[in-house]
Ligand binder design. Sequence first.
Ligand SMILES: NC(=O)c1ccc[n+]([C@@H]2O[C@H](COP(=O)([O-])OP(=O)(O)OC[C@H]3O[C@@H](n4cnc5c(N)ncnc54)[C@H](OP(=O)(O)O)[C@@H]3O)[C@@H](O)[C@H]2O)c1
Length: 250
Amino acid sequence: MELRDSRIIVTGASKGIGRRIAELLLEKGAVVLGVARSTEKLRELEEKYENFYGLPCDLSDLQCCRAIIDTALREIGGLDILVNNAGFAVYGMVWEQDWRDIEQQVLVNMVSAMCLARKALDYMLEKNSGTIVFILTGAVFAPILGLSAYGASKSGLSYFAETLRHELDGTKIRVLNVYLGEVSGTEFFNNPSFKRLGERRCKYFCTTAEAVAKRLVEALEKDKEGRLYIPRILWLAAKTAPILNIAVSL
Ligand SMILES: NC(=O)c1ccc[n+]([C@@H]2O[C@H](COP(=O)([O-])OP(=O)(O)OC[C@H]3O[C@@H](n4cnc5c(N)ncnc54)[C@H](OP(=O)(O)O)[C@@H]3O)[C@@H](O)[C@H]2O)c1
């Protein structure tokens, strides 16, 4: 599809992968509504790109979540692509995790994306066109010790996304499920809970925010749907890890 003038929502557009995705789309001439909590960072993007609109919103607040699609229809005149990217992890064994952190990971990583997709579909089904992207993780293929709640939220979202993809067979609405290895150039591991692991170097299926944004934009331009593994070798882990029944340490 031609990205110029496409109307796109990117959640988590303030930093990391979402920011690079938003910037690349803007450079292609798309009109982007970026969602995140960091008002200052959204303002920075608004100042740099005239086709960027920042929408401050805490995605754990479902009232705010519900308003995003209506805001897009009003502010950018429609919705061609929804990129569900926002997410975070709190590290700790199950018994060490604060209940509130578990709840927040589920709300932000899974429930908000489901809510946005559901609302977007009212509009997309009427037009019989559109693309919904879910940013997922290789963590759904094998348990990662200390990331139970994060992995559970992304596994739930993966199930939702894969099911939706099949439910939409026979329509012109595409679902693109993006499974990522470890990504550098983001603030994901800056959550204070990861401090106890000391200085971390990328261990598993390493890639960069830049590479993720490039592959995704290329896939959107080629009207790709289904699954995208970044890096490609992650495909092998997806096939073998469930058979090997292994758990992974960070
Ligand atoms: N980095 C990795 O190794 C890796 C691997 C696999 C998958 N992923 C996935 O990739 C996605 C992006 O992560 P990243 O690595 O780019 O991390 P990041 O640099 O920390 O960026 C996370 C983005 O999500 C937004 N966000 C977090 N909580 C939010 C909330 N409550 N409401 C609204 N926005 C919120 C953040 O914005 P504000 O803080 O401004 O709200 C930020 O823009 C996530 O879904 C993550 O699970 C990352």
